[in-house]
Design a protein around this ligand. Structure first.
Ligand SMILES: Nc1ncnc2c1ncn2[C@@H]1O[C@H](COP(=O)(O)OP(=O)(O)OP(=O)(O)O)[C@@H](O)[C@H]1O
Length: 612
């Protein structure tokens, strides 16, 4: 959280005192920060030193990234989700490994550039012992989430940063990495710590999705509707021994990770039943899956709230669905267009579910995310020894994995030209030949392609093959962006449905604010904001304005100031203030009207407002 001038001054005084060798009385700086300063000083770090961390070479970084591929993969959805928030708040999201080495940085390119100047960039170690007090290193040392603001950082140059980080623990309680959000120390980051915590909860929950097939997995919560979400407690037993679990389970049962391998099932519960009675008297609803049940194919059914998606479709799109499904049934490709986050993949899955190919594989390929050198091998597979680094036994391509079902080619506009002609042949002949000269095999799939680009314009510009375009786009469905929808309230209500059991309907003030926002990240941004709000509201609580993401919160403006002095800055601010008022608090609309960047408006007004 941004501090005010007086606490900044108090911190500066505390720093001066501590770094001139005096001990600090309690309460001058938060206890975890003081502990961290002490650790750093004991290690011989000097706060006045310039920070000269050398990033590793590209090759070394690639190796570390590969070693952490599982963590990166499992964290990817959260990085993607937080990226939108980070762009809006001019900050970055960072994933590190268990040693504090930065693996990935996503978010505001502008801030990433500034962060790189203090070596907050891939390949640099942010553990305390080299980089001093900072959210990543201190979260690792303290084994808990923490925000480190400005001058709380050990090294002075890091004072420009506000960082919030949470350690990521694997199911066995071992540190797997750290997730961090960092931005300017002089900007508001009210929700950063909450969002990071929430994201880590999701990541840690995803660890349990596989790998425990031969163990007993108990998923439980006091509220049945939270089963299947990342807020459920998960415990894993090997026979009767507790071997793994998530933090939620530990906190529900009032335990520590130390309990793993030292606790028996009988110490916690008398019996493993759907109505689970804790030894402490608590009663939970549980879903239990035992290895013997899985072996017999009787996997315990758990209602996955997250997958019970409330789908929002405009009437217009709904009427197009029928036609699209008929085409898919006739093995004719369909093209879905729409801005990022408008729901192209969700919609494609919906179509697949309505078609005769329902229940068959749905293989989604992001053409923009695959490296150009790999895309061909990934799509069409390869024979043993087809290229250096190829797997020994060769590999089945994604086209073949979609056998009998749907191949969803996302961001098709980003497919390199050379590959476009190969794809065209595959679509025409319905045959694939793996790389390395294997025999062509028949392929039975229907392609649904998606793009947020103007493919027609790309065809005219010569960057997209006309013949491929005609092949994939005999029928195009355009999904509207949220800003174009006449009634955002209906969308909000639909997307809020999964949370309404626990938190009731959205209140009018909150609804009004959400409906006034223009949702540049479309349904994705909306779905994520609502999920974050529900989580911040706490169990059973209604959402309040304070739970809204910071950039959607009502702006509190300073009272109008007289323009008598005529200073240019005052006139500008007054013009901005009036524009925001005209647009009923919608900063994006006001920024458009004034032809300035939204962040400029935010900084000048909200900042000025907070300072008054
Ligand atoms: N019709 C919908 N109803 C409810 N939620 C939706 C809908 N469409 C999308 N969402 C939400 O938005 C998220 C993103 O959707 P999706 O991945 O389909 O977007 P996209 O247009 O394919 O994005 P991109 O262009 O970035 O790949 C979904 O995970 C879901 O939470």
């Amino acid at each position: 959280m941004r501090m005010n001038l007086s606490s900044d001054l108090a911190l500066a005084k505390a720093r001066a005192k501590f770094f001139s060798g005096h001990s600090l009385p309690d309460g001058l700086v938060p206890a975890p920060i003081l502990r961290s300063w002490q650790r750093c000083a004991e290690q011989g770090l000097d706060a006045g030193d310039s920070v000269t961390a050398e990033p590793m070479t590209a090759g070394e970084l690639r190796q570390i990234q590969q070693q952490n591929e599982a963590l990166r993969l499992i964290s990817r959805p959260e990085l993607v989700t937080l990226r939108a928030e980070a762009k809006n708040t001019d900050s970055v999201v960072i994933l590190t490994d268990a040693q504090g080495i930065v693996l990935d940085v996503v978010g505001s390119a502008e801030f990433a550039g500034e962060a790189a100047r203090v070596a907050l960039q891939p390949g640099v170690v942010w553990a305390e012992k080299s980089t001093g007090t900072n959210a990543i290193g201190t979260a690792m040392a303290e084994r808990r989430a923490i925000a480190v603001h400005g001058g709380e950082h050990f090294f002075e140059p890091h004072g420009i940063l506000h960082c919030a980080a949470s350690p990521i623990f694997d199911p066995f309680g071992k540190l797997a990495g750290v997730l961090d959000m960092s931005g300017h120390a002089n900007a508001e980051h009210t929700h950063a710590l909450g969002l990071v915590r929430l994201a880590v909860e999701q990541i840690e929950h995803r660890f349990f999705a596989r790998g425990f097939e031969d163990r007993t997995v108990v998923r439980f919560h006091r509220h049945a509707e939270l089963l299947g979400t990342s807020r459920e407690g998960v415990l894993v037993f090997d026979g009767d021994n507790l071997v793994a679990g998530n933090r939620r389970a530990l906190s529900l049962l009032g335990m520590d990770r130390i309990a793993f391998r030292k606790t028996r099932r009988q110490d916690l519960f008398e019996r493993l039943d759907p109505v689970l009675r804790g030894r402490g008297g608590d009663v939970f609803t549980a879903a239990i899956s035992r290895p013997e049940e899985r072996a017999e194919g009787r996997l315990h059914s758990v209602r996955l709230v997250g997958e019970d998606q409330s789908l929002f479709l405009t009437d217009d799109v709904r009427t197009q669905c029928d036609k699209a499904v008929r085409l898919i049934n006739a093995e004719i490709p369909v093209l879905v267009t729409g801005q990022t986050g408008s729901g192209k993949e969700v919609f494609a899955r919906h179509l697949a579910g309505l078609s005769q190919r329902q229940g068959k594989p749905f293989v989604a390929v992001n053409c923009a995310a695959l490296p150009e050198s790999l895309i061909e091998a990934e799509l069409f597979g390869y024979e043993p020894g087809a290229f250096t680094g190829a797997r020994k036994g060769g590999a089945k391509g994604l086209v073949q994995q979609a056998e009998g079902g749907i191949l969803f080619l996302d961001e098709i506009g980003d497919m390199p030209l050379l590959l476009q002609s190969r794809l065209l042949r595959v679509l025409q002949d319905k045959q694939v030949s793996p790389l390395g000269g294997g025999a062509a095999r028949r392929a039975d799939f229907v392609a649904i392609c998606a793009t947020n680009r103007d493919l027609k314009a790309m065809v005219e510009a010569g960057t997209f093959r006309a013949d491929l375009y005609f092949r994939i786009a005999p029928f195009t469905i355009g999904l509207p962006s949220v800003a174009d929808l006449p009634d955002k309230r209906a969308v909000l209500e639909t997307l809020w449905q999964p949370f309404s059991t626990a938190h009731g309907p959205l209140g009018e003030a909150v609804m009004e604010r959400l409906a006034a926002y223009d949702w540049p990240g479309n349904l994705r941004e909306m779905a994520n904001a609502l999920a974050a709000m529900a989580a911040l509201a706490g169990p059973g609580q209604k959402v309040s304005l304070a739970d809204l993401p910071s950039h959607i919160q009502p702006v509190r403006f300073p009272p109008p100031r007289p323009m008598a002095d005529g200073a240019l800055g005052t006139i500008t601010e007054e013009a901005m203030r009036q524009a925001v008022e005209r647009n009923r608090g919608n900063l994006s609309a006001a920024a458009r009207e004034l032809c300035v960047d939204r962040s400029t408006l935010y900084r000048r007004l909200v900042w000025a407002g907070k300072a008054h």
